[in-house]
Design a protein around this ligand. Structure first.
Ligand code: ZN
Length: 472
């Protein structure tokens, strides 16, 4: 808010009291005089009205103390970092001249250029005129602009603005902020507005008009008042049109030099097998606020998944065994396909990137080449070579289906058929033994050993085994 200097300050305190302005706002607008409440509620938008009078402003900024030097600056939303716009985004502004001469538009554009420059080359683009008249500092109406700057008179009728308290107040500026998803301490602007008193502007000198625009744009971009008279942010318009050292420092801390407040960009991984591992790589995320971290999600068709990270690296390797262990109930007839997705995070937000699927090559999937049956030790022993891939033992499932019939010397026989033995997920065994207490065995069986991705050819056997030492 900026007041015209000629009006005696003593006469202003009632006419432009903050309470009057705030009570006139719609109940749905969460507004805070910056010095009375710290709007750090996560996920909730707040808007800041610079709505105090000269008297109140001077009351909370002791003139003789901290903010009265050429290096002084203050923020509307103090904090580390202070509430600000994302300086890496392109912001647009529209102007509602409301019958005021287009010369004022030229002056506003000049002020905007000064502001953009002070913020470190922020993209603050003029996007034309609008008929929107902001009623809150985050009210840009249907303008589709980030910021609306409007000339108006105080009031609630069409074309008037409730933002202007009347009396000596020549302008009001501010912006609405919202905490970012990943860090409630970071408040980011989403809309801003300034309203200039149409009738005040007509009576003001050229220098004071420019000063007014610079001052309210200062509020729109997050600066609060200081009590140094050489600052653009001095609450009373003294016609200052040159930024003080403090103004520059303050803007520097709100602009590009303080880093972006943009979302982490999405990245899509690529996958490749490498020896006994699967290697996942992804490009570095760009345009992020703070150093990005990554989480990697590997998933299989059956819904099983493995989460890795967070990491600041841009690749990771996953041992094949760990990956194959993922499979909940492997289907030997289907090649193993892994899907990877990388989620990037920074202090502003998280973003999941595209998914990439990868089918492990046959060489990686592997399979034992042969299997055999034996009865030489009095036990029925079913053997298969150890199933390894590049030295890594893989979990396997034994599957033996058939019938076994024992013959005793007295001619009696016992037997069973069906699954003769099944061992799940065995990485170490190379054989399976079934005790058989009989002299000879008629065996008719199929043996199959399955891994996560492929299966041995079925070994079929029909044979009569004679127990060692038994006369055949
Ligand atoms: Zn002000």
């Amino acid at each position: 808010m900026r007041l015209i200097r000629l009006v005696p300050a003593a006469a202003l305190s009632t006419a432009t009291a903050a309470g009057l302005l705030l009570s006139a706002l719609p109940a749905s607008a969460a507004t805070y005089p910056a010095d009375l409440a710290s709007p750090t509620t996560a996920g909730r938008p707040v808007s800041h009205e610079h709505s105090t009078t000269v008297t109140a402003a001077e009351g909370r900024v002791p003139l003789s103390q901290s903010s009265n030097t050429s290096t002084s600056y203050r923020f509307l939303i103090p904090g580390n970092p202070p509430g600000r716009w994302n300086p890496c985004a392109t912001l647009t502004y529209k102007v509602n001249l409301n019958g005021v001469s287009s010369t004022e538009l030229t002056r506003i554009k000049s002020a905007a250029v000064v502001r953009a420059s002070a913020l470190g080359g922020v993209h603050l683009n003029y996007a034309g005129t609008t008929t929107a008249v902001p009623q809150r500092v985050d009210d840009v109406g249907t303008s589709k602009a980030s910021v609306v700057l409007a000339f108006a008179t105080p009031g609630t009728a069409k074309g008037k603005s409730r933002l202007l308290p009347g009396g000596s107040t020549a302008g009001v500026g501010g912006f609405g902020l919202q905490s970012v998803p990943n860090d409630s301490r970071i408040m980011r602007g989403y809309a801003g507005a300034a309203v200039f008193g149409k009738n005040h502007v007509r009576t003001m000198t050229t220098a004071r008009r420019s000063s007014l625009y610079l001052h309210e744009l200062g509020h729109v971009f997050g600066l609060d008042h200081v009590s140094y008279k050489g600052s653009i942010m001095y609450p009373t318009d003294l016609g200052v049109t040159k930024l003080s050292t403090g103004d520059k420092t303050g803007f520097n801390k709100l602009g590009k030099a303080a880093g972006c407040l943009s979302n982490a960009s999405a990245v899509t991984p690529s996958l490749a097998s490498s020896g006994t591992s699967l290697k996942v790589t992804w490009p570095a995320a760009s345009a992020t606020s703070g150093r990005p971290t990554y989480r990697i999600e590997l998933s299989l068709k059956d819904g099983s998944s493995l989460s890795l990270g967070p990491t600041t690296a841009t690749s990771t390797t996953v041992p094949l065994t760990r990956l194959l262990d993922l499979a909940y109930q492997p289907d030997p007839s289907t090649p193993l396909t892994v899907t990877a997705q990388v989620t990037t995070s920074n202090s502003v937000s998280s973003k999941a990137g595209g998914k990439t699927s990868f089918t492990l090559p046959k060489a990686v999937q592997g399979a034992p080449a042969s299997a055999s049956f034996d009865f030489t030790t009095g036990q029925l022993v079913m053997t298969a070579p150890r199933w390894t891939v590049s030295g890594v033992r893989l979990p396997v499932t034994w599957w033996i289906d058939g019938s076994v019939k024992c013959h005793q010397p007295d001619g009696a026989s016992t037997g069973r058929s069906g699954y003769l033995g099944v061992v799940w997920d065995d990485e170490t065994s190379t054989s399976l033994s079934l005790p058989v207490d009989c002299d000879s065995v008629d065996l008719a069986a199929d043996m199959e050993i399955s891994g996560t991705a492929s299966t041995t050819p079925v070994v079929h056997l029909e044979k009569t085994f004679i127990r060692p030492g038994t006369a055949g």
